[in-house]
Design a protein around this ligand. Structure first.
Ligand code: KIV
Ligand code: NA
Length: 264
C-alpha cells in the first residue's frame, strides 16, 4: 500500500489500463478520493476559481497554493500528489522554474509539479526533471494563457494539430512523465496518445487518452451554473448542500434543532 509513483503510471499505459485523476484542494476530498483509489490528485491552480473565488487562474500565487498542497499531501497515503505551478512562477526560465519547483517539493511536500506549455517550456521541464522534480506537462488549451488565446477555445483544429503534436513530443523529450491534453479534437488526442510512451491525461480530449482528469467540483456537481461540454456530473452536491442548509436554517428558526439528544 505504498504511494503511486510516476513509473506506475507509465507501466499502466504499457498494460493498456486507463486511470482517473481529480483535482483536490483540502483534507476531506483528498481523503475520500485517496480511499476511492484515485491514483493521482492535482492541486490545481484552478483553486483560483474553485477555492479563492477569482475570475481566472492567472491571479493565484505560490503562497496561496502551497498551503492547499500541504493539506492534500497530509490527507493521502496512496495518491501521487501533483502541485500546479501558478502563472508567473516559471515563465522566466529554467532557474525560476527550478526555484518554484523546489519550493513545491520542500514546502508543499508534493511528489511532482505541473506547468503549462509545450516547446516554449521544454527547458524548464528539463531543468526540473534533471534536478529530481517530476514534471507533468499541460498542452492544448492552457488556461493560464487564456488572454492571449482569446478565451476558452478548442486547440489543434485542422492545421493547428501539428503544433499540438510538436508540443507533445517536445515535453516528452524534455523528460515529462505525463501530459495533460486539454480541449483538443478527439482524433488529435488519439494520435498524441499513440505516439508518446508517457501517459496522456485528457480533459475535453475525447475517449482515446490513457487517463481522464476533471475538476472535482465539476465532477461532483458542486459548481453552480453552466459547466463546459466535456464535464459529466456524477452527483448534485450543490443541490444536496443547499437542501441541508435550508433544513438546518428552518429547524433553528422553528426550534426543532437542537433536540433533547443534542443537549448535554
Ligand atoms: O488546475 C487544474 O484544475 C488543471 C486541470 C483541469 C488539468 O490544470
Ligand atoms: Na491548472
Amino acid at each position: 500500500n505504498r504511494r503511486i509513483r510516476t513509473r506506475d503510471l507509465i507501466a499502466a499505459k504499457e498494460r493498456g489500463e486507463r486511470w482517473p485523476m481529480l483535482t483536490s484542494y483540502d483534507q476531506y476530498t483528498a481523503g475520500i478520493f485517496d480511499a476511492a483509489g484515485i491514483p493521482v490528485l492535482l492541486v490545481g491552480d484552478s483553486a483560483a476559481n474553485n477555492v479563492y473565488g477569482y475570475a481566472s487562474t492567472v491571479q493565484i500565487t505560490v503562497e496561496e497554493l502551497l498551503p492547499l498542497v500541504r493539506a492534500v499531501v497530509r490527507s493521502t497515503s496512496r495518491a501521487l500528489v501533483v502541485g500546479d505551478l501558478p502563472f508567473g512562477s516559471y515563465e522566466e526560465g529554467p532557474a525560476q522554474a527550478l526555484r518554484t519547483g523546489v519550493r513545491f517539493m520542500k514546502e508543499g511536500g508534493c511528489h511532482a509539479v505541473k506547468l503549462e506549455g509545450g516547446v516554449r517550456v521544454a527547458p524548464q521541464i528539463a531543468a526540473l526533471t534533471n534536478a529530481g522534480v517530476p514534471v507533468m506537462a499541460h498542452i492544448g488549451f492552457t488556461p493560464q494563457s487564456e488572454h492571449t488565446i482569446g478565451g476558452y477555445r478548442v486547440q489543434g483544429r485542422g492545421d493547428a494539430a501539428e503544433s499540438v503534436i510538436e508540443d507533445a513530443h517536445a515535453v516528452a523529450e524534455a523528460g515529462a512523465f505525463a501530459v495533460v491534453l486539454e480541449m483538443v479534437p478527439g482524433d488529435v488526442a488519439k494520435r498524441v496518445t499513440h505516439e508518446l510512451r508517457i501517459p496522456i491525461i485528457g480533459i475535453g480530449a475525447g475517449a482515446e487518452t490513457d487517463a481522464q482528469v476533471l475538476v472535482w467540483q465539476d465532477m461532483a456537481g458542486l459548481r453552480a451554473g453552466k459547466t463546459p461540454r466535456f464535464v459529466k456530473q456524477y452527483a448534485d452536491l450543490a443541490g444536496a448542500l443547499a437542501e441541508a442548509t435550508r433544513t438546518f436554517a428552518d429547524e433553528v428558526r422553528s426550534g426543532a434543532f437542537p433536540a433533547q439528544e443534542h443537549t448535554f
